[in-house]
Design a protein. Sequence first.
Length: 613
Amino acid sequence: MKNLILACALAVSACHYNAYSQNKPVQVVVVLIDLTTIADDKVMVSVIPPKFTTNEIIYNIPKIIPGTYAVDDYGKFIENFKAFDKKGAALMVTKMGDNSWKILNTKRVAKITYQVNDTFDNESSHDIFSPAGSNIEAGKNILLNTHAFVGYFSDGKDLRYEVKISHPATLWGATSMTDGDASETNDIFETDRYAELVENPILYAKPDYTTFNINGMEILIAVYSPNGLHTAESITPNMKTMMTAQKNFLGKFNSTKKYSVLIYLSDVNKENDAHGFGALEHPTSTTVVMPEAMPAEELAAQLKDVVSHEFFHIVTPLSIHSKEIQFFDYNAPKMSEHLWLYEGVTEYFANLFQVNQGLISEAEFYTRMAGKIANANAMNDTMPFTTMSSNVLTQPYKDQYLNVYEKGALIGMCLDILIREKSSGQRGILDLMQKLSNEYGVQKPFDDAALFSKITELTYPEVGQFLATYVAGETPIPYDTFFAKMGVTKINVQVPGNVFLKDKTPYISVNQETKEIYVLPGVPLNTFYTELGIKGGDIIMALNEVSYTLDNIYDLIMTSQSWKNDDPVTVKVKRDGKEIILKGKIKLPLEDQTSYKATETTSNKLKEAWLKG
């Protein structure tokens, strides 16, 4: 069947026109992806180009994609790139750098073929963020981030795409795209241009998914769990609660009718599986990679924070973005100045909606913001955020990128507070985002240099002054001053610490020869160890009857994240060659931390409008 499809496609390759818009011919790039004959974790891709009139064409695989802010060179994972004429004769191909191939005799080109290698197998050799990467396991799973499999012709990013994927009947492709083929072994996806294809990942695996509807938006939750430790059914209730709260928080925003959450759970005990955890946003979907060993409760907590952040990208940059994003250049990108908007405001919303909708307490919200202040202060707090954003692909700005989730979110918070103060609580930053969306929208980008003046026009002069001073300028933000506007002041609190690590000093280590986990001798131990009677030099053999060694130490660390004070625990240790069983209750170490608390009742109405309005 696969060969029949290929033969039919070649038969019409001389034209490749579809009837579209009152029979007006539209050029189409046809892509054939074969998931049925995977060899050595490599997938064969065939590209049938439209009819070109130039003497040469250049085919490109992205160097960088939107949302990653890093050079990844996906072309390095392309092998055996070839071009053929209608008779199957090979044409001359010249490789141009890591990500581009030039083909001469353009009018003779009937087909391009190449193999795609996955990124998960050798993550130690590159820096591609796992959710932006690819996995290929024949008959089990293909994480098909489309940018890693399909490229574009220079000056041809606006061509329509028709992607035909043949796959085993046992694998189902989860995606926000609509499959135009009803068969169990073939899928057809069509997009109006390359950028739309790139924004639609597909997760092929044994069907494990749920669907539900929230205020007119269809939600798909798809899960790949290699050892069956988690399922879409078990994950969905918390996801539905969270996403319902998000939709309630957003109110008028409804940028998409379908949204997919594709969850890949990695077996961290395998060297050739993903080890970069997090998510990558798209306008109508999110690709998530998390460790499968994570306990259900901790996984739910992580998904709540990670997926909520990605979901809020339907506000920005989907509905509000600059020309640099609208006309993104995948191989010679120009970055926007406004990462504080795309990532920072998004991260702020991911925290604000939780206190707004009662998913976390007011105290927890303040603790989170205090943590972001501490993290932001540890970075370069005088580097103008706009300068960092526009130069984020190069040093020294690249090293400051993570600050978009720290100071970027705090910029969003301070803007929210300032707008609430000036409007007597009637409006906030969500209102500003709605106005910006109305002004611009999905198809109308803004000029980078004009955004601050537009925001000032829609709000207050003080907002424009804030942006010039603290976002485009070098002045650190006086966070306490902004908290004080809401009657909130700084306090000291004690929070549960990490059982196995304090600051950057570990309490445990591993014997590389025996793979045994042992408690470091000569290190003052925290309450977890002292309450149970664990001593320096003890070998930790098992906790709660689960054996641990170097091979699954990550499982132990992940499990500890869900521990609570006074949970019963049994620990088997080896001391001086003898096995000892220690029983007791978990006592988590407490660490001092700065937070904030509402102390001025005169500002209570304004504070409530900020957090609950």
